[in-house]
Design a protein around this ligand. Structure first.
Ligand code: FMN
Length: 347
């Protein structure tokens, strides 16, 4: 997880030099009978993409948001925290909820719970590389066995009326990977769309996302494909769409602490970062939703992940930053940040 977090800030360099030009990103598209107003998707992010984050992504222009991954067994056994993750708020649609697991019956039950919770789509995680998940046979480990993976998709498709989609990596390791074969199998199993992160699980987040693999999948299936990986701004989004023919691009790490990235991509040009005062306003609005979503205590820890992301590149001295990470409540942390941002030195 730590490695993933460190990778978040990679590629944050923003260029405001390129003038906007028309981009297919801002055009609508459809999937399984659903219509999306644009081709920018907020990628699923574990521990991050609760309704507060998704609502913020929508407010900044994402045409579709995807939840953090949710345990199918947690849903089966009515784990209170897991069921809380199924909360969807009225103004965040369209929203997809991602579930993970390796048992087809439990995944079908979980898909039904997702449908009942009001999600527009349900997505299967076949990309998580974390050993704790893979050793249960879930996440990217499903990419070892096409028949088992496809049986999970089939069971979910039978269980619900909403579209079922698959988020897949290239494979488990680069040498064993068979992304086109798996993609075709998922399409036959009834998947309404695929989201491809073209790194192998063994590569985690290293190197770069080779979207030639995404293009091979796009060419091999007739359902829409969402490309995920290394889309950090408008230029990346345009390039990935042009080079792969994908229906949409997903934005993950680039949106951490930078919800403005969705607007940049839609406009077709990256803008300079907002002022510190704007960042503080954004954080305040986001924190209010996070506290509603998680309760004060959990929101305090959750928001601590975000302060360094939002404040990277701003002249916030280390003692101020560490105060944000140690103050006992989110309210106290934000009050401190507001005070700092309002001081003449910060302005
Ligand atoms: C902190 C973090 C959490 C993630 N959680 C999930 C998840 O729950 N489900 C999933 O399918 N992918 C997950 N991913 C992968 C992203 O959705 C995305 O495919 C990957 O980060 C590559 O895209 P990016 O370069 O835009 O970040 C996660 C990535 C990060 C960095």
């Amino acid at each position: 997880m730590k490695k993933r977090m460190q990778a978040v800030l990679a590629g944050r360099a923003r260029s405001d030099a390129a003038p906007p030009r028309p981009t297919p990103v801002a055009e609508p598209w459809e999937l399984g009978g659903l219509r999306f107003e644009n081709r920018v998707v907020q990628a699923p992010l574990a521990g991050i993409a609760n309704w507060a984050f998704r609502r913020q992504s929508r407010r900044h222009g994402a045409g579709l948001t995807v939840s953090e991954m949710i345990a199918s067994f947690g849903i089966r056994y009515a784990n209170r925290k897991t069921l809380g993750m199924l909360t969807i708020v009225p103004d965040e649609h369209p929203v997809s909820v991602q579930i993970f697991g390796a048992d087809a019956d439990a995944m079908a039950e979980a898909a039904r719970a997702v449908e009942e919770a009001g999600a527009d789509m349900v997505d299967v995680n076949m990309g998580c590389p974390v050993p704790k998940i893979c050793k249960t046979g879930a996440g990217a480990a499903l990419l070892r066995d096409p028949e088992h993976a496809a049986a999970i998709v089939e069971a979910m498709v039978r269980a619900v009326d909403i579209p079922v989609t698959v988020k897949m990596r290239r494979g488990v390791t680069p040498s064993e990977a068979r992304p086109v074969e798996f993609a075709r199998r998922f399409e036959q199993a009834g998947a309404a769309a695929l989201c491809v992160h073209p790194r192998a699980a063994a590569e985690e987040y290293g190197g770069h996302a080779d979207h030639r693999i995404t293009a091979e999948v796009v060419a091999a299936v007739s359902v829409p494909v969402i490309a995920s990986g290394d889309v950090h701004g408008a230029g990346d989004a345009r390039r990935v769409i042009e080079e792969t023919g994908c229906a949409a691009v997903a934005v993950g790490r680039a949106a951490l602490g930078n919800p403005w990235v969705f607007g940049d991509i839609l406009r077709g040009a990256d803008r300079p970062r907002p002022t510190l005062a704007e960042v503080v306003d954004e954080l305040t609005a986001f924190a209010a939703d996070a506290r509603l979503a998680l309760g004060d205590q959990r929101a305090t820890g959750y928001l601590r992940k975000f302060y360094p992301w939002y404040l990277a590149g701003y002249p916030v001295p280390a003692p101020e930053l560490s105060a944000l990470l140690t103050l006992p409540t989110a309210e106290a942390a934000l009050a401190r940040l507001r005070e700092f941002a309002a001081a003449p030195a910060a302005a």
